[in-house]
Ligand binder design. Structure first.
Ligand SMILES: [Zn+2]
Length: 346
């Protein structure tokens, strides 16, 4: 049984999680996750669930921490299957713990928040990321973790970089982790770090919705759920960055590898014909974005995320893109296919 103080802390975490999940600059779709350690039990967001639902739904799963940490240490492949460590007696909905459970278990602090903050990602894709973060974070005790596939590879990357006292991690081509002993302290640290990493987006020009509808014709393609999503196509620099490849894992998982832009004069039908496949989204330079008719809420959220991230990237700097092998391991990853199926159902 959980005592009253722990129960209140878990309730506070759920409330903070719902706030974080409602801010598209901090999390998109089922991305991001939060956790609380109570004794040897790690309560963590379930895979495929959305943080914004943290109050309305029971999305926290209990995991036995010591056996999971021992598996990480031994590099046991089971550590990549966090559901093997779920405490089933306390998990009536049979939810799977987040695929990023090991990230949370490795941090010694009681409360861990992992977000896909667009300001952080915009820095974490730049080749000069570490110097830029150092300039902004000043006194904060942080560590940089180079890109690894989420799950066991990322956990091992973190274990290599973690030093005593570190409570902020910048994950290359991925996002941000903050950790503290209480939910209130974690929230303060998250606010402080995200404020220090915040940078202005380049100004956007409006999409041409009429022209986009004409380009869609009877293809079934639709305008994105959020008007902000168009900026990746209306801004030439953002469009160039997007076309050059995949910048972070959730993009690949929900939208596929990289981005497709229409050639001059091409409509949706001609773009599909040239590519031999119907991409989840098509960028029409200077006009805006169209999404495939069957794109789910996660795909729409990730398409907007791309606009928010690229609008903040320094246009003069070199970017790190995911390699072909890194793209492939995300597309063929069983745990991710589960997360996507859960998303489609929801
Ligand atoms: Zn993540």
């Amino acid at each position: 049984m959980m005592n009253l103080v722990d129960a209140q802390e878990l309730a506070a975490l759920r409330s903070l999680s719902a706030n974080i999940g409602s801010n598209p600059h901090l999390t998109q779709a089922a991305g991001g996750n939060t956790s609380l350690k109570i004794g040897d039990t790690l309560w963590i967001k379930a895979s495929g669930t959305w943080l914004r639902d943290a109050i309305a739904e029971d999305i926290m799963v209990p995991v036995a921490m010591s056996p999971l940490l021992r598996a990480v240490e031994r590099r046991d492949p089971t550590a990549d299957i966090p559901q093997a460590f779920a405490i089933e007696a306390l998990n009536p909905r049979k939810l799977r713990p987040s695929i990023e459970t090991t990230v949370h278990a490795l941090m010694p602090q009681r409360v861990v928040l992992h977000v896909h903050c667009v300001d952080t990602i915009s820095l974490a894709v730049q080749a000069d990321c570490e110097a830029e973060i150092a300039r902004r974070l000043g006194e904060i005790r942080w560590a940089f973790v180079p890109y690894r596939r989420p799950g066991l590879p990322l956990a091992q990357g973190i274990a290599e970089r973690l030093r005593p006292g570190v409570d902020v991690l910048i994950l290359g081509n991925h996002g941000l982790v903050v950790a503290a002993e209480t939910v209130a302290e974690a929230e303060l640290l998250l606010n402080r770090v995200t404020m220090q990493l915040a940078r202005p987006a380049r100004p956007v020009s409006a999409p041409d919705i009429g022209a986009l509808r004409e380009l869609a014709g009877d293809s079934g393609y639709v305008v994105p759920a959020d008007i902000e999503a168009h900026a990746v196509a209306t801004d030439p620099e953002s469009c160039r960055m997007a076309e050059a490849g995949s910048l972070y894992p959730d993009h690949v998982i929900f939208l596929g590898q990289g981005s497709v832009a229409a050639a001059p004069g091409e409509n949706v039908a001609r773009t599909i014909e040239r590519r031999g496949a119907a991409p989840m989204a098509i960028l029409f330079p200077g006009l805006g974005v169209l999404m495939r008719g069957d794109a789910n809420a996660s795909a729409h959220a990730m398409q907007r995320c791309l606009a928010d991230v690229t609008a903040r990237v320094d246009v003069t700097t070199q970017l790190n893109y995911l390699t072909a092998a890194e793209n492939d391991e995300l597309i063929n990853w069983d745990a991710e296919q589960y997360r996507q199926r859960l998303n489609t159902r929801g």
